[in-house]
Design a protein around this ligand. Structure first.
Ligand code: MOS
Length: 712
């Protein structure tokens, strides 16, 4: 194809066309190596020892017997481990002390890392670690989360703790219809397939870490600050990552591995077990949320209050910002939102796929469904009537807001028009049937990134960027982006990622990875193309240009940038067993430019499946007596499996902002948002019972039925 502007021959653009993963063959044949399985000469193995008490102090560590065990080379603990810097400002704020291991005798929760046993083999290390006796002075602990805890307070962090406008009491009093309800979501865990694993070694005065993380330059910078090293003296590599979902940043195992490699002056690998991950790698806090909505007779909101309480640890504050959802979704004359947090003797929670939006959308989109019933309006029509024309809190215009378009297209494809709104009247044999909808949104941002684009003498191109493919298909998406930026066919481009030596880049988080990296690759690719157009020959080392988007990001007009979506679910409920089966789901999204429909659909469907899991299965239950979890493994902690997942379809509508230089919005998180609410709303439609507490377990369904209750 010949472009009119340049007159040069260019390939047809590949962005927007389906491509299988460039590393797919390596992955399915087992050739792709993950952090815990890359061979090293002289490798030693570290095994973490976790506290068996929920609060107190370590009084003694009986290292002698363990040091005499076969193959054991060292036992690191607070009494002998290298000191590290704990007071610095990292990319996500100050470090969570769970990562800065062995600096204090204090034990702030059960499963806190108290020692690392290093041995010649992993089995020897494990045997010794499980034999290590640690003595504690035990203090009473408190892990009892509840929404009415008096210690709950707001914290201004990435988002303001509180937003308030208008007179809530007056608007509620003037409302024709009011919803006032409490919703809860349980503690949930990331449960990615690949456990956390890292190998640390010193190589000619440089610290090298082979790791499984969501951002190599992020972990590089954290380690550099913690160990008082120049960032250039730290190299972090992360070639393949078997899932992250927010939990693969800097964790105890990387720091422990670096300490051991430093102490022993040999490579040390630390791999976590699935059980250890339940206390060491973060989780989504339980939430207790109160939503109050007041509307006129025609369904227009006058009052909206969303107040969410979550928990954090006593050593580090992380707020699950569930009440952030209405700051984007719906407006009202009185609009109050607040995120509160209660410190308890528990591990520190962290970012988990759609932090805030996932639990927040369950509460808010359930409340909207309750309001639709009260007003007698169709739930989609109620949302259409409450479309804001600006950000309800920011007052900023939306870059694009195609939520209504998503609902319209979804309604058409799902067959919503034929829906009988009456609850509890459809049957298919023993099953009660129902359908539900919910809205979704997720922030679309970008972080500064650099990329290197090289024209090789053989006519191919190499693009290097410290991006992370945590299973999303980012490597493939960036290959398409690079091919279009360079105006060459895909098979002439290789994209190398996952190495901090490629320079600073955004981490894979906040659905911002592909948008951020594409921006940098576009810039480098275009500049390289211009250089080559000058017609100079390519020297043996190639021609390389480097881009940096830091300045360009600052020129972006201030707007509310979000992806949006409409979730539809059909469920069947067995009143005899209380079993809820999702029969089909449809998600229609407006998520900007879709780079690779194959992997984008996979991301959106994956998010929706998380929604099924959140609605029906996932629940980590904390035992108040021990302060630990019951069944902290994938037998005790249920995630949706194949048999739970029916026909799930995701698609998108046109969502083009001509003023956006990249146009990509990100699809990693919006797929889970609203999904659990759509299912809960469908259960209400099927059974007539409103479930405000997740997960909707069979016993809850039966209990509500037995009580004859309209609410559970
Ligand atoms: Mo995520 S929770 O932005 O990895």
């Amino acid at each position: 194809m010949t472009t009119a502007t340049t007159g040069r021959t260019t390939p047809i653009g590949v962005v927007g066309t389906a491509h299988t993963r460039v590393e797919g063959r390596e992955k399915v044949t087992g050739a792709a190596r993950y952090a815990g399985e890359i061979p090293f000469a002289d490798l030693a193995h570290g095994w973490l020892v976790l506290s068996t008490v929920a609060r107190g102090r370590i009084t003694a560590v009986d290292t002698e017997p363990v040091l005499a065990m076969p193959g054991v080379r060292a036992v690191l603990h607070h009494g002998n481990a290298p000191r590290v810097e704990t007071q610095y400002m990292g990319m996500m704020g100050p470090p969570d002390p769970t990562s800065t291991v062995f600096q204090t005798d204090r034990v702030p929760h059960l499963g806190w890392p108290v020692a690392l046993v290093v041995a010649e083999t992993s089995e020897q290390a494990r045997e010794a670690a499980e034999s290590l006796v640690v003595h504690y002075e035990v203090e009473p602990h408190d892990t009892g989360f509840a929404g009415d805890r008096p210690e709950a307070h707001t914290v201004d962090g990435i988002m303001p703790g509180v937003t308030e406008k208008g007179d809530l009491a007056a608007e509620l009093a003037a409302s024709a219809h009011v919803v006032d309800a409490e919703y809860t979501t349980p503690e949930e865990h990331h449960s990615m397939m690949e456990p956390h694993a890292a190998t640390a070694r010193w190589d000619g005065g440089r610290l090298e870490l082979i790791d499984s993380n969501q951002g190599t330059t992020w972990v590089q910078n954290e380690l550099a600050q913690m160990f008082s090293l120049d960032p250039g003296a730290v190299r972090v590599r992360s070639e393949h990552i078997g899932g992250g979902f927010g939990s693969k940043g800097l964790r105890a195992h990387q720091v422990a591995a670096v300490m051991a490699a430093t102490t022993l002056q040999r490579p040390v690998r630390v791999v976590m077990t699935r059980r250890q991950m339940f206390s060491l790698t973060g989780y989504r806090s339980p939430t207790s949320q109160r939503v109050r909505l007041g509307a006129d007779a025609d369904g227009r909101l006058r009052a909206l209050e969303h107040r969410s309480v979550s928990q954090t640890s006593t050593v580090h504050t992380f707020v699950e910002p569930s009440a952030g959802v209405p700051r984007i979704m719906y407006d009202a004359a009185a609009h109050h939102t607040a995120n509160l947090v209660v410190p308890l003797d528990v591990p520190t929670p962290t970012f988990m796929r759609a932090p805030g939006e996932a639990p927040g959308s369950f509460a808010l989109e359930s409340a909207l469904d309750e309001l639709a019933e009260k007003t007698g309006l169709d739930p989609i029509e109620l949302r259409v009537r409450n479309e804001p024309d600006r950000g309800p809190v920011s007052g900023l215009p939306f870059s694009t807001r195609n939520l209504v378009g998503c609902f319209r297209e979804g309604a058409r494809r799902f067959g919503w028009a034929d829906r009988d709104p009456r609850p509890g009247v459809r049957r298919d044999g023993r099953w009660l049937l129902g359908t539900g909808v919910a809205g979704a949104s997720f922030h679309s941002g970008a972080g500064p990134s650099t990329a290197l684009a090289t024209a090789e003498p053989d006519g191919t191109f190499t693009v290097r960027i410290a991006a992370a493919d945590i299973g999303t298909g980012a490597r493939t998406a960036l290959t398409l982006i690079a091919a279009d930026a360079l105006e060459v066919p895909v098979d002439r481009v290789r994209v190398r990622i996952g190495d901090s030596d490629f320079g600073p880049a955004m981490l894979a988080g906040g659905s911002m990875g592909t948008r951020s990296w594409a921006w940098a690759i576009n810039a480098a690719g275009r500049e390289l193309r211009e250089r080559l157009a000058l017609g100079t020959g390519i020297p043996p080392e190639g021609i390389t240009v480097r881009s940096d988007t830091t300045a360009a990001l600052g020129t972006l007009a201030q707007k509310e940038r979000h992806s949006f979506g409409a979730q539809f679910a059909e469920v069947a409920v067995d009143p005899a067993t209380g079993e809820v089966r999702v029969r089909r789901m449809l998600g229609i999204f407006a998520a900007g430019r879709i780079v690779n429909p194959l992997t984008a659909r996979n991301q959106l469907v994956g998010g929706m499946i998380w929604g099924i899991s959140m609605a029906l299965h996932e629940e980590a239950v904390r035992d108040r007596a021990t302060g630990g979890l019951y069944g902290a493994d994938l037998a005790g902690y249920h995630v949706a499996t194949h048999a739970d997942v029916p026909h799930v379809e995701a698609d998108w509508i046109e969502d083009d902002d001509p003023d956006d230089p990249v146009g990509i919005k990100g699809v990693g998180e919006v797929g889970i948002v609203g999904a659990a609410a759509a299912i809960a709303n469908a259960v209400r439609h099927a059974t007539g019972v409103r479930h405000r507490h997740l997960p909707i377990r069979p016993d809850r369904v039966l209990g509500a039925q037995d009580a004859g209750a309209p609410d559970a």
